[in-house]
Design a protein around this ligand. Structure first.
Ligand code: NAD
Length: 275
């Protein structure tokens, strides 16, 4: 494969770069995921909430790529937290995807005010021991939520998928994850393409390497050790976003991008979201 893997804390290999399908309607998702698989992507990130598990699954099953060579992530919808509801929702996701297992199942948001993520995670542990998922993890969990899980459950999450891009670099979370053996996966790695790709420092680095700003930002993530899942429905951009393994940012480039941190979220704050 074009994309090197990282090794999760349970020994499972996950491609360091994958394809995200948030906000892609079901019928378009089939086409976009098919293009991604043709372009060499071997990891796909969907969610029950994205309402495109069917199209995503059709593309995977119709791609001709062996199932074992594709790393499929989906996420539990926020309305389905709780032990029994989780097991039912997982079954629904698997049916929509048309698969008999997923590679990574994530709790989409902690929803601390609902206080159900511990029971939810216990259902995830059952799915893991039943062999229906190869790895379990979380998304949008703050260190305090991870600590609570560590106290109340036995499997350390393989992954925490969080908002992360040059304007929100998440230093404390990344350090905490590294200490715990949790892989950091960056959502909205391109900052949703809004503004970030026009920042002069990034444009200058792109010109220096004869690359695009998107490629520079993705390369920055990879060199930091993040897993990235950029999204696009434009075939040329889908291809562009995976052509990031044949150049290297130097120390000066990395420092210039690291200087862009503003601790500024695009998405909701996990401490209050769903409260
Ligand atoms: P992103 O940072 O990947 O940006 C995508 C947008 O950037 C595209 O819609 C397009 O406008 C632009 N873009 C993409 N490639 C480009 C290129 N080469 N040149 C110029 N512009 C380009 O944003 P995202 O979709 O929010 O995040 C990626 C994935 O992360 C999602 O699809 C989803 O799978 C996941 N995600 C997860 C959560 C969560 O709560 N767990 C939240 C948001 C996103």
């Amino acid at each position: 494969s074009k994309v090197p893997p990282i090794i999760l804390n349970n020994g499972v290999e996950m491609p360091q770069l994958g394809f995200g399908v948030w906000q892609v309607p079901d019928d378009e998702a089939e086409r976009a995921v098919a293009t991604a698989l043709e372009s060499g992507y071997r990891s796909i990130d969907t969610a029950a909430l994205y309402a495109n598990e069917e199209g995503t699954g059709k593309a995977i099953n119709g791609s001709g790529v062996p199932r074992k060579d594709v790393f499929v992530t989906t996420k539990l919808g926020n309305g389905d937290q709780g032990y029994d509801a989780t097991l039912r929702a997982f079954d629904t996701s698997l049916g929509k995807l048309g698969l008999d297992y997923v590679d990574l199942y994530l709790i989409h948001w902690p929803l601390p005010a609902k206080d159900k993520y511990v029971d939810t995670y216990k259902a995830f542990e059952k799915l893991l021991s039943d062999g229906l998922v190869r790895s379990i993890g979380v998304s949008n969990f703050l260190p305090e939520h991870l600590e609570r899980l560590a106290d109340a459950t036995s499997v350390i999450p393989a992954v925490n998928q969080i908002e992360l891009h040059p304007h929100l670099q998440q230093h404390a979370a990344r350090e905490f994850h590294a200490e715990q053996g949790i892989a950091t996966e960056a959502w909205s790695p391109l900052g949703q393409g809004k503004g970030l790709l026009e920042v002069p420092a990034i444009v200058a680095i792109a010109q220096k390497h004869n690359r695009t700003p998107a490629q520079v930002v993705l390369r920055w993530h990879l060199q930091l050790g993040n897993v990235v899942i950029p999204k696009s429905v434009t075939p040329s951009r889908i291809k562009e976003n995976i052509e990031v393994f044949d150049f290297v940012l130097d120390t000066e480039d990395l420092a210039a991008i690291s200087a862009l941190n503003e601790d500024r979220r695009i998405g909701p704050d996990p401490a209050t979201f769903g409260g």
